[in-house]
Design a protein around this ligand. Sequence first.
Ligand code: GP0
Length: 832
Amino acid sequence: MDARFKSRDIERRSLDVDGLKRSFLEWLVYSVGKDARAATRRDWFHTVALAVRDRVVDRWMDTTRSYYHEDAKRVYYLSLEFLIGRLLTNSLSNLGIVDECRQALDRLGLSMEDVVDAEPDAALGNGGLGRLAACFLDSMASQGLPGYGYGIRYEFGLFEQRFENGWQVEYPEQWLQFGNPWEFARPEVLYPVQFYGRVEEFRDSVGERAYRWVDADRVLAMAYDTPVVGFGGETINTLRLWSARATRDFNFGHFNDGAYMKAVEQKILSENLSRVLYPNDATETGKELRLKQEYFFTSASLQDILRRYLQHHTTFENLPNKAAIQLNDTHPAIGIAELMRLLVDQHALRWDDAWEITRATFAYTNHTLLPEALEAWPVRMIERVLPRHMQIIYEINAKFLNRTKAKAAGDNARLSRLSLIDERGERRVRMGNLAFLGSHKVNGVSALHTDLMKQTVFADFHEEFPDRINNKTNGITPRRWLKQANPALSELITTRIGEGWISDLSQIAALREKADDVVFREEFRRAKRKNKKRLAAYIARQTGEEVLVDSIFDVQVKRMHEYKRQLLNVLHTIALYNEMRDNPTVSWVPVTKVFAGKAAPSYHMAKLIIKLINDVAKVVNHDPSVHDNLKVVLLPNYNVTAAEIIIPAADLSEQISTAGMEASGTGNMKLALNGALTIGTLDGANVEIREHVGADNIFIFGMTADEVNDLRASGGFNPREVIASNPSLKRALDMISTGAFSPDDRNRYHPIVQALTDGGDHFLVTADFADYCRAQDAAMQLYRDPEEWTRKAILNTANMGWFSSDRTVNEYAGEIWDVHPVKPSHDGEGFR
Ligand code: GP0
C-alpha cells in the first residue's frame, strides 16, 4: 500500500489526544473550509463529528463484511420512526474517547459542551415508539447482533414547540439545514416504488393465471446510511433511511413547451413523500400521504433485503433462515402484502409457498390498545393507491376465512371480527389483523399490555393461534440513559462496582447493599444535587423561573395526552397550592412541578391542557403567599436532548396513566434507573417496575386495570358525586371553571371542566384524585427524611437492571428472530 495512504489511514484511526487534535484541524480546514479564527461552534461540531466518523468507518465495513462472509441471519427492524437525538456524545462514549476528545478540544481552546450543543436533535419520531427503536439499535450493535434499522429520512423531524402567550405553537424542525455529518448518501442504492395504476391479468409461461401492476406512477427510494456504533466500538451496524427522488425519466426525458414545467411540478410532488414526519402520537388521521410513506419505505426496504439475500441464494425457501423482519407497530404492515407481491408476481413463487415464507419471516409488535391508534385504511384508498395489494389482501383474507369457517361453523360474528376487512360503515382494511395473520410471532410491550391484547383486540386471533402472542417488556439503553446523560451518577457507580454494568446492566444489582451505606448515600445525593443544579439552570434559561434546588423535583415528561393524565397532576398542583396558602405557618416541603411534552397539532384538548399548565404556573409562581414553596414549570420543546437533562435530576417520576391504557412506558424506566421514585398507577410496565424495585420503594395509587374495566362495563360513574364529596377537588375544579387562572378569558377551560364532569370523565381523573393525593402526601412526608428517601432511590437504581434494552433485544433474538451475535474480524486492512 502507498505509504502516504498508510500514514493518513493511521491518522484517521488514532484515538489519542494528539491524533484527534490533528484530525480536527485537518477536517476544519479541508472539509469545513474554515480556519480556527473564522470557525463557528457549528463548524466545530461538523469538524469533530467528521473526525469521529473517520474512526468508525473501517470497523463499520468490517462488521458489514463479517455478516456477509458468514451469511449471518440478519434482523431488520422496520420502523416509521427513529427518535435518535444527538449522536456526538453517544459516538464518543461508545468508542471510549470522550476524555481524549475533551482534551483535544481543550488544547484548541474549545469547550466540549459548546461543541456538543451545536448538534441538532434528530427527532424522526414522536415519542416512546420511536425512541424504543433507537434504543434497540444501540442494544443490537452493543451486543454484536446483525441488526439493521430501516425507516424514512424525513427532511422535517417532529415540529419544534414554542409557547406564545402560553399556547403551543409549532415551527418546522429543519434538522438537515446545515447538513448531517453522520450520514452517507448512497445515490446508487435506488429502488423504484409504484403507486396508483391498475392490475392486468395474464397467463404465465405455463398457462397459470398471473398479474402485473401497470400504468403506475413511480418514485425512487434513495438510501442514506448512518453507522450505529455499538458500545466498545466492536460492532458498527447500519441504519438505512430512505429519501424520495423523482425517477430518472425526469432527468433524461425531453419535454416540449408546457410539459417541462408540468414535469418539474411532478418531480417536486413525488419528492414530498419523505418531506415530513406526521406529528400524531397514537392517533391515525388516515391521510393518503401517510399510507404512501408507509408503503414507500416498506417496499424499498423489502427490495433491499431481497437483494442482499439473493447475493448468497438462488431460491427463497431459506429467506426465513436468513432474514427476520420486525414490524414496529402496523405502520410497515403493508409489507406483508408487498412481500407476497414480490415473491408471487416478480419471482413466480406459488402462493402457498410465498405465504409460508412470508409468515415465517415477519413478526409484529403492538404498541397500543387505544382504538383511535389502530390503523384501518379505507378499502377505496388502498384500491386506488395500491391496487395489486388490495387484491392480495382479499386473497389472504378469503383463504383464511375459508379455513376458519370450516372449523367454526356458523359463528358469523366471530368471522367478521377475524376478517381483515371491517365491513361496518366505510369498508376498511384492519392493519392489525393483517400484521397478526402475516406474522409468526406477535408481541406486546409489557406483561399487562400483552395480557390485555389477548383479552381484547386480539382475543379471537389468540383463540385461533394460541402460540402466537408473546410478551417482550420494553427496555432502555443504559449507555445513553445512564452513562451519557448522568455522568455524575454513572461515575459514582463505576467507582464502587466497576464498569461491567454498562454492557450488562444486571450487574447494577451490586449497588443494593450500598443503600445501607451512609457514605454512599451522601455521594448519591451529591450526584442528584449536581443534576438538579444543572436542570435548575436549564429551567432558568428556558422559562426565566428560579426554582429551589432543594425542593422535590416532581417530573412528568411525555407526550400530552388525556390518558396520560397531566390533568390529574395539575389538579393536585392546585390543591397543594390551596393548602399552602391556607396554612402559611406550616413548614412545607418545597415542591417544583416540572412538566414537558408536545401535543399533536390537531389535538385541541391536549393543547388546552398545555395552556392550563402555563396559566397555573403564572399564578402560582408569582404568589408571594406560598413563599416559593411551590413552583410550576412547563419546559418547551421536549425532545431527547431535553430528556437527558431533565431525567437525571428528577426526584419523583409521574407515571399516572389510567390503568389499562399505557402500553408500557419507557420514560418510567429511565427515571427509575436514574434514582427517581415513581408515583404511578398499576399500568404498563409500572407493574413490573414495582416487582423489581419492591412495593416499599414505589408509590402506587389508583384503580387497577380490572377495576377500570369493571367500572366501565357497569356503565361508568358519576364524577359530580365524587367531586361533591371531595372539597379540595371541588375547590380546584371551581377555580379552573370560574377563571381563577384565566381572568382574561373566564370560559377558557370550559371544555376541560365539561370533560371531567358532565362528559363522564372517561380517563377517571376525578375517580383517582383522592388516592393520588394520598400517595403525593406520602412522597412529601418521605422527602423530609433524606436518608430514607436516598435509600429507596438507590434501591430503584440498583433494581432496574432487568429494564435494559439489551435484555429486551436478547429476548427478541432468542424467542422471535433466532439471530445470534457475530464477532466482526477487524483485520486492519485499512481502505476498502
Ligand atoms: C404507542 F401506539 N406508543 C403507539 C404510538 O403510536 N406511539 C407510541 O409512542 C408508545 C406507548 O404509548 C408506550 O406505552 C410504549 O412504551 C412505547 O410506544 C413503546 O412501546 C409509551 O411509552
